[in-house]
Write a new protein. Structure first.
Length: 160
């Protein structure tokens, strides 16, 4: 079970990150050997599964995640999609490299009712030496309804 970092010192260091492939890093996070991002606790989602080129997060929007109109804020959708999309790219990053999101796009297709558990799945579309591209979607766990889609482009870098 993934654990969440509660302090900056809990996060993996750059040497730790560079010592393993992106897939190994993501698997270690899923298994709880490396803490997950603190934002996941704040936004009520968690890493659910990791496979080469595919990552899933599950979460449930709460009242704290609403905009002033009482619906789920678009930033909740965006953060959840950014996580699964970028982490799908991360599973293809070789040992000794890191990545960062260059851009991502979100298309909200319908409002997620508060308290509805959803799954966000990111799937790699392109894994190159300098960039990675993935697509994803948010669907309801119980009803399978499509709530949002997204895509990202990430830059892959070798520090030094």
């Amino acid at each position: 079970m993934a654990k969440i970092a509660t302090h900056f010192d809990d996060l993996a260091t750059i040497p730790e990150l560079l010592s393993m492939s992106g897939l190994e890093f993501m698997q270690a996070m899923l298994e709880g050997r490396i803490p997950g991002p603190p934002i996941a606790q704040q936004l009520n989602y968690h890493l659910h599964s990791v496979d080469p080129g595919r990552v899933a997060f599950r979460g449930t929007p709460l009242f704290d995640h609403c905009n002033p109109m009482g619906t789920v804020h678009g930033g909740w959708y965006g953060t959840l999609l950014d996580s699964c999309l970028a982490c799908a790219v991360m599973t293809t990053v070789p040992k000794g490299s890191i990545y960062t999101t260059m851009e991502y796009k979100v298309n909200i297709t319908r409002a997620i009712p508060l308290g509805t558990e959803v799954e966000a799945v990111g799937t790699i579309q392109h894994a190159g030496r300098k960039s990675g591209v993935s697509n994803g979607e948010i669907r309801g766990i119980a009803d399978g309804r499509l709530y949002a889609t997204g895509s990202t482009t990430c830059m892959i870098m070798t520090p030094g």
